[in-house]
Design a binder for this molecule. Structure first.
Ligand SMILES: C[S@@+](CC[C@H](N)C(=O)[O-])C[C@H]1O[C@@H](n2cnc3c(N)ncnc32)[C@H](O)[C@@H]1O
Length: 498
């Protein structure tokens, strides 16, 4: 739809907006609307279009299917200047507009490099046009060229942009960027025809991406509403997050803080599951004892369960399945993918993290496995290198997920530096992990601990520099100086949709 607002200096500003989901929400840019006053003063024009996309009409003469103008018909709901979006909602007879003009759905998974797109828009406030190519010759299909782009415009840096090539000019701000593959919205157009440094001149990086999981979850209620059938009752079930292999609760608590603490709180419930009762005990104790988490206890169900079967979770009952270094590492994980797919609602999202086989800690375990193998006799079966078992092979993982029925599988490579303030504590935690027991069949505890300490110290050395030569430590404890040890890790975050 076309929006129209008259500024104080009498200039008319037009933008593009669109209906999102079946609850009458309107999405556009924050630069177009940032307050209820602006909404009250605006005109919303539906079906501003001509037969055959004839563009001979002007802003003033283009035919309009219907206008929504009266104050009180549209509510300003929320905005985000960084992501440059604004969400409004039709409050009077939304059903009429939805059934007459239809609505769009947002894809929860971000666009991928090379994805083909198109952009319906009201350039210069004129009749609807659809940008399908990246130049006026119509030879190249509009395509995503960058998925994490940074640009400086008028002294301001804009980061995490999706950049694409598509015809777009002023007035198209707020337009939906649609995937040609599934006709869902994969972006919100925000800037056109920038002068960019280091960028081929014909490319017009645009758009703040609807930031993947973060954005999706922040606006969980709206996302949910977008996919509810029109006949559904207005009272929705809470958003359901399932943490598989939750361990002591890293992901569960991240969700709890972020979404239950939101104002107003997101109506969300969390099911935290793990095979190990020790892990679940740790999580429950923290939920009970940590004052910052106590308020969430009633929203978190702690259930002992095999992540490969998820047999205590109803089919089609979960909005997001998350598993932080869990499901992707479980032996026989294909069964786990199938179960995750079963419990997810249609359009639900799977988010798992997995280690890069070359990541530091997997190299440590490979070296310990080599010691283990060297300690065995000629007739002993050698242990496979841990990196080859739990390290993620991304192509294999994508294939497995597709075979389990997931679509839009995306894999992001991430690298992190972890600061160990208490390196000995970390080594003790490894020593107490049940998986370590296997190594202790051939190595002594002392041997394993000192090997881990030496490996940690070696790799932390790559991240530490000191001007003055220090006297060597005489302590048996490599970490007696109390300095933190910084270790780099590499992993994958994998997103997929049912
Ligand atoms: C590397 S830990 C990750 C824990 C947690 N997600 C975190 O981020 O700290 C893997 C977890 O998976 C659990 N686990 C292993 N096999 C499992 C299975 N088949 N079903 C459920 N949980 C399992 C372990 O008990 C452990 O808590």
């Amino acid at each position: 739809m076309r929006t129209q607002l008259t500024r104080d200096d009498n200039a008319i500003v037009t933008c593009t907006a669109w209906l999102w989901g079946n609850q009458g929400h309107i999405v556009t840019n924050n630069q177009c609307f940032s307050s209820q006053e602006m909404v009250d003063a605006a005109k919303f024009g539906f079906d501003v279009q001509t037969t055959g996309c004839d563009d001979s009409c002007t802003f003033a003469t283009c035919p309009i299917g219907e206008s929504l103008i009266e104050k009180g018909n549209v509510k300003f709901i929320k905005f985000d200047p960084t992501l440059d979006y604004a969400v409004l909602q039709i409050t009077t007879d939304a059903k009429h507009f939805l059934s007459t003009y239809g609505y769009l759905k947002i894809r929860l998974v971000a666009p991928v490099l090379g994805e083909k797109i198109y952009i319906p828009q009201h350039s210069h406030g004129k009749a609807k046009m659809i940008a399908t190519t990246d130049d006026d010759l119509g030879s190249k299909v509009a395509t995503i060229h960058y998925t994490d782009y940074t640009v400086v415009r008028n002294g301001t840096t804009y980061s995490h942009l999706i950049a694409y090539t598509a015809d777009a000019v002023p007035g198209s701000s707020g337009s939906p960027v649609l995937s040609r593959e599934d006709n869902t919205v994969v972006g919100l157009h925000r800037m056109s025809k920038l002068s960019l440094v280091n960028t081929p001149p014909q490319r017009h990086p645009t758009h703040a991406r609807l930031q993947l999981m973060n954005k999706f979850l922040t606006d969980a209620e709206y996302q949910h509403g977008a996919d509810t059938p029109t006949t559904a009752p207005t009272s929705k079930a809470p958003f359901h997050f399932l943490d598989v292999g939750c361990g002591p609760g890293v992901l569960t608590f991240e969700f709890a803080y972020r979404y239950l603490n939101a104002s107003p709180p997101t109506d969300i419930r969390i099911t935290a599951t793990d095979l190990s009762d020790g892990m679940l005990h740790q999580l429950s104790e923290r939920l009970k004892d940590d004052p910052s988490l106590q308020g969430f206890a009633s929203k978190v169900a702690v259930v002992q369960m095999d992540g490969l079967t998820l047999d205590k979770v109803e089919s089609g009952s979960v909005d997001v399945v998350g598993s932080n270094f869990g499901l992707a590492l479980f032996p026989g994980r294909s069964r786990g993918w199938t179960s995750a797919h079963r419990v997810l609602k249609d359009e639900g999202v799977l988010m798992v993290t997995a280690w890069d086989p070359k990541s530091t800690q997997l190299r440590w375990f490979d070296e310990i496995a080599e010691l283990f193998n060297a300690a065995g006799g000629a007739e002993d079966e050698p242990m496979a290198l841990p990196s080859s078992i739990v390290g993620a092979d991304k192509e294999k993982m994508i294939k497995e997920l597709q075979e389990a029925g997931f679509r839009n599988v995306e894999v992001y490579h991430t690298s992190h530096t972890i600061v160990f303030d208490d390196p000995n504590g970390m080594i003790d935690a490894i020593m107490n992990n049940p998986l370590t027991a296997k190594f202790l069949e051939r190595l002594t505890r002392e041997q394993m601990k000192s090997t881990l300490a030496a490996l940690l110290e070696r790799d932390a050395g790559a991240n530490f520099f000191q001007a003055e030569e220090q006297p060597g430590s005489t302590s048996a404890d490599l970490f007696a100086d109390g300095r933190p040890r910084l270790i780099s890790f590499a992993a994958y975050t994998i997103l997929a949709r049912k």
